[in-house]
Design a protein around this ligand. Sequence first.
Ligand SMILES: [Zn+2]
Length: 289
Amino acid sequence: MLTPWLTAIGRNLHWRTLIQLCAALNLCLVQNTALPTEQQSNLDQLRFVTSNAEFTLLHEMGHLLIHELKLPVLGREEDAADQLGFIGLFLIYDRQKTPDFPLRLLDVADYWRLEWQRTKQPAEEIYAWDSHALDEQRFYNIACLAYGSDPKNLEWIIQTTGLPEERAFYCQDEYEQAKYAALWFREHFKRSHQQPVKHRIQVVYDSPPYQFDGDSDLLEKVKASGELEALAKRASEFFALPRDLTLRISSCGTPDSWYNSHSGELTLCYEHIAHFKKLASQRPALILP
Ligand SMILES: [Zn+2]
């Protein structure tokens, strides 16, 4: 149930308006860290980049598990991979207990808003016939799952994202449905304690492209955070993977990522990370109360 007067304020609040509202009402989940604005902005951008790199990796992990473990899929594989990726954020890191976890979920949704609303070249467009949902749909799908994961505490996601009430009404059910499927999958494919960890996902950093030189600090931050290695380790130990796999951070010439079922390689492109960073820099600053 939405707070009526909050609903009446409107669905498309600007970030700063929301933040001012949060400050006034002391509603925001994240406490004031008293960091200088620039430092906070850098942290927000790094969180946006790592959150979306993680989600992208987990989405591709979804493809990997569907193919490697013969996971039955109803509906489009791309939609299933998004749901597995989203629930994977909860399952792999148990981050719902950390203060910035809701912001990470919002980062992932907001990436699709930025993709949807930015001007693209024809080759970059996602068309109705594509195997992927439209960027706009992915934004609302992720926003719905994010809100649905904790409606009591994350009602502000409705305001922030402009998620229509007609959809929001069903989001808890959608989240529970996706979670149920992921838990079913986890129960059927998790590694038992008696099983040794035979296969692992190795993280490999190829040399970044020349154009990435200016983002070397970002690369170092991503490496130093250990996020990708931690994710690979947790996934390797959670599932009984049928073969060794590689998570390769590579230069691809395009901001993309994919899973190659022949080589068993997940490829996350430097250009994709740089793209996340570029979009993060264009996003209104998150100045938390
Ligand atoms: Zn995909």
